[in-house]
Design a protein around this ligand. Structure first.
Ligand code: PEP
Ligand code: MN
Length: 361
């Protein structure tokens, strides 16, 4: 990481970037109010750091040895004072990362225009900020419903259009999953946030292609991924110059007979642990994290108490009718109750939480 002098000129910054490229690496140029910081992206083994330290305009060269340096607090503290704060990701009028709790809710899968409209009406009334709905569903079994996106291109586009129109109708930005590289352009035309699902967290080509759309990305943690892996793959998005990343803790594989009780284990400690590492906002998904509708109230409250900036929750007016994940869907009334409780918790946590202990790792 190269810290430029306050008085460094554009020409000097350009020169450093060109030198970095000469060694086959890429540069992440971040301009703060007072300082410009240049991060190196790629294999740094052949870089002569002394040479860079001697270039005109360079104040100092600092080595950051963590695999997710671009999204780390360590990197950002040098130019944006984000040592203790969170980056606010803006999606239209919705801002995620500050003290206001943001809720993303809607059906697991978009099934019809009518179904989506009715659920959107309910979640809006309950206080939701962003409408969710899967068009391309990642399923464990090839024999189960794969989402309308799997039928054909025309149906996929129609379902995405319903999502966009319904979002507009209720003034809710929309988030939906991009399951493969082939769909990135299509989904990006309709969605406000591009979701990368847990199963695709390790798909670096997909991460890169999605990042290049320059739209906010919601990255879900793989159910077997360590915190370091999760952040390292988020770094692939940042390395494309897209730092509008929202992380999502959605549960890891339970131990022993755990699956008989909960679908996954929502890793609540990961939320404050991740907040100490990165300035990116993080939300929790208690729906997939538990797989049980009667646990969602408690786990939503717990996730917010743990420091989540938002929640993603699956909602259906009649969960028994849902084609996918009905067992974990709650009704709009239940959602309203959760949002009210979580808002109160969020206010207490937001005002009392001390994030400045970033050095405990
Ligand atoms: C989803 O949110 O629709 C989903 C499939 O979740 P995950 O990728 O976390 O399993
Ligand atoms: Mn689901």
């Amino acid at each position: 990481m190269i810290i430029m002098k306050t008085e460094a000129t554009e020409k000097q910054i350009d020169r450093v970037v060109k030198e970095i490229r000469k060694y086959g690496l890429r540069a992440d140029v971040s301009r703060g109010e007072f300082k410009t910081v240049i991060g190196l992206i790629g294999d740094e083994r052949k870089i002569p750091f002394d040479h860079f330290a001697a270039l005109p305009g360079v104040k100092e060269v600092i080595k950051i040895e963590i695999p997710y340096k671009l999204i780390s607090r360590e990197y950002h503290k040098f130019f944006e004072g984000l040592e203790s704060g969170t980056k606010v990701v803006e999606i239209g009028n919705v801002r995620i990362g500050n003290n206001e709790l943001i809720v993303m809710a809607g059906p697991c899968a978009v099934e019809s225009k009518k179904q989506l409209f009715r659920i959107a009406e309910g979640v809006k009334k309950a206080g939701t900020h962003i409408l969710r709905g899967g068009v391309f569903k990642p399923r464990s079994s090839v024999h189960s419903f794969q989402g309308l996106g799997a039928i054909d291109w025309e149906t996929a586009e129609k379902a995405l259009m319903w999502l966009k129109e319904t979002g507009e109708e209720f003034e809710l930005p929309v988030v939906t999953e991009v399951r493969g590289e082939a769909y990135v352009d299509l989904v990006a035309e309709y969605a406000d946030i591009l979701q990368i699902g847990a199963r695709n967290m390790y798909n670096q080509d997909l991460l890169t292609t999605v990042a290049r759309k320059k739209k906010p990305v919601l990255l879900k943690r793989h159910f077997g991924a360590s915190i370091e892996e999760f952040l390292s793959f988020a770094e692939y998005i940042a390395a494309e110059g897209n730092k509008d990343i929202i992380l999502c803790e959605r549960g890891i594989v339970p131990v022993g007979k755990g699956r008989e009780y909960t679908r996954y284990t929502l890793d609540l400690a990961a939320i404050p642990a991740i907040r100490k590492e990165t300035y990116l906002p993080i939300i929790a998904d208690p729906s997939h994290g538990t797989g049980r509708r009667n646990l969602i109230f408690n786990m939503s409250c717990a996730a917010v108490a743990a420091g989540a900036h938002g929640l993603m929750i699956e909602v259906h007016y009649n969960p028994l009718e849902a084609l996918v994940d009905g067992q974990q869907a709650i009704t709009p009334d239940e959602l309203e109750n959760i949002i009210k409780a979580c808002r109160e918790i969020s206010q207490i946590i937001g005002s009392k939480m001390n994030e400045s202990q970033t050095d405990i790792r």
